[in-house]
Design a protein around this ligand. Structure first.
Ligand code: JA8
Length: 227
């Protein structure tokens, strides 16, 4: 998979060198490149923003540098272009899985009050465009959201994480949250591992975990139970 990111802060993507995704890049499973939007400006100040038509607070990203960045990054392959935005559709595991099957992803990371809408509309003429949000909160820019999405997507590519069992197990929890889990020591600072997990009765342990999953979901994500 080829992944490009376009941003005025390409250094945000340096974390992708670490650990699993770094190895996936070395092995050639993933090829990642961050592009500095300011390299596609032509004025002395490398201007990427301007005031909004119609008034309003703050600045918007102007379209011309985006157009030139797309000319370089988007080929005739009609990639998926993802605009990270709090106004986008919610990112979730299902969307991560769909995107993990694509050959080429381009993340367009806005800053300031956002990007001129024509940039999104133009991208739609040369690519498949998604506006995606990672949650109902506002960040200072789309880079952190893009890093989160890239990690969630890349780990689903076969070979990126060695342990395919944990991948398979994750997917069949029937839409509930994971049960709590424990490792050694059995007693730690006066806190004990639940007896049930020490019993060796696998069928009983599975029943216990299901009940714990249900309880945790009721407490933390009652919205998941409505589905
Ligand atoms: C933001 Br500015 C900007 C760009 C993208 C995103 S995604 C999110 N939650 N906040 C802010």
């Amino acid at each position: 998979m080829k992944i490009d990111a376009i941003s005025i802060f390409p250094e945000f993507f340096d974390v992708l060198e670490i650990s699993l995704l770094g190895k996936a890049q070395e092995s050639g499973l993933i090829s990642f490149e961050a592009h500095n939007l300011r390299n596609f400006t032509h004025d002395r100040h490398k201007t990427v923003d301007d005031t909004p038509y119609g008034g309003g607070a703050g600045m918007l990203m102007k379209p011309e540098p985006w157009g030139e960045a797309f000319d370089q990054v988007i080929g005739k392959d009609r990639p998926v272009v993802i605009f990270t935005s709090p106004a986008g559709k919610p990112f979730n595991q299902e969307l991560a899985r769909e995107l993990s099957h694509r050959e080429h992803l381009v993340f367009a990371c806005g800053r300031y009050e956002g990007i001129d809408q024509r940039v999104v509309d133009y991208a739609g003429t040369v690519a498949e465009v998604h506006e995606i949000s990672i949650g109902d909160y506002v960040l200072n820019g789309g880079e952190v959201a893009a890093v989160a999405m890239i990690e969630a997507i890349a780990r689903l590519i076969p070979g990126v994480i060695g342990n395919n069992e944990s991948l398979a197990e994750e997917s069949h929890n029937e839409g509930l949250l994971e049960a709590p889990s424990y490792t050694k020591p059995q007693s730690w600072r006066g806190l004990e591992v639940p007896e049930m997990l020490l019993s060796g009765h696998h069928a009983e342990i599975e029943k216990w975990r299901k009940a714990q999953s249900l309880e945790r979901t009721k407490q933390n994500r009652p919205d998941l139970l409505d589905k």
